[in-house]
Design a binder for this molecule. Structure first.
Ligand code: ZN
Length: 261
């Protein structure tokens, strides 16, 4: 079982050509990442159609990247924008519930101590719980995230570890993940040379994959290896070749995790 992001080539527009190629490359799951940073609200017809496509291409939804919005912002200090942001997150919760998965990943824009993120999390909690959906907060700033996680139940709030963000100089991602591995419910796996967020294919950069495999094996994360890789900086311009390489490296990493279990 392996998962890859839907936006490996493009994150808006008709997703069906990409879903088809992901299915043909042998993946079992997708990380839904289309519209991850827009104000786009999925209609019931769009969500239903995505369900048809997943079935047609033999894919399951692993988890979904929710949107912190543009003009709608779940952490906005402007109340009308924050409420619109809540509507946007609820839209993704409904989508995930309909498509049979259980995790929506969110970014917290800014410092959780200075934005009304707790107000939004409190308001979303009953809605998410009723639908058996958990919210995963993606790293960002770890001290702030760990404080937030300590204030909410693991049944509602967890961690999405993005190993590319964690590899950027000064982030100390793996040391931080080690402390929060019992809250891990989602992963974004990709590589970089630690100078910035590059979303390269695994093993192309400097992420310490051996250590990450060891930590993941002892963590609360039990789902498939999930790659948030993009073609842009990976240097493979052909989609079929790119997906084949992602599949090969994902399989290798899944084997490394198994070794530590
Ligand atoms: Zn990510």
């Amino acid at each position: 079982m392996l998962s890859v992001t839907t936006d490996y080539a493009k994150d808006t527009g008709d997703p069906s050509p990409y879903l088809k190629r992901i299915g043909e490359a042998g993946f079992s799951h997708i990380h839904w990442c289309h519209q991850w940073n827009t104000d786009f609200l999925y209609s019931k017809w769009e969500i239903e159609q995505i369900g048809f496509w997943l079935k047609e291409f033999g894919l399951k939804l692993l988890d979904l990247h929710g949107s912190a919005g543009n003009e709608k912002g779940w952490a906005s200090a402007q109340e009308y924008q924050r409420l619109s942001g809540i509507e946007l997150v609820k839209n993704r919760i409904d989508m995930v519930a309909y498509l049979g998965s259980d995790v929506v990943i969110m970014h917290v824009p800014g410092d959780p101590e200075s934005v009304p993120i707790r107000k939004s999390l409190d308001e979303l909690e009953p809605y998410a719980r009723e639908r058996n959906i958990r919210i995963a907060i993606e790293n960002g700033q770890f001290p702030a995230i760990s404080k937030l996680l300590s204030e909410y139940s693991p049944d509602y709030l967890g961690l999405c570890y993005d190993c590319g963000h964690g590899n950027i100089t000064g982030a100390n991602g793996l040391d931080n993940l080690e402390k929060l591995k019992d809250r891990l419910i989602s992963v974004h796996l990709h590589d970089n040379d630690n100078s910035g967020d590059q979303h390269k294919i695994m093993f192309m950069g400097t992420v310490d994959w051996e250590r990450l495999a060891n930590i993941m094996a002892c963590s609360s994360y039990k789902k498939p290896v999930s790659m948030e890789v993009t073609m842009g900086r990976s240097g493979i311009p052909d989609e079929v070749e790119f997906l084949a390489k992602a599949f090969e490296t994902g399989t290798k990493f899944a084997g490394m995790i198994d070794k530590y279990r």
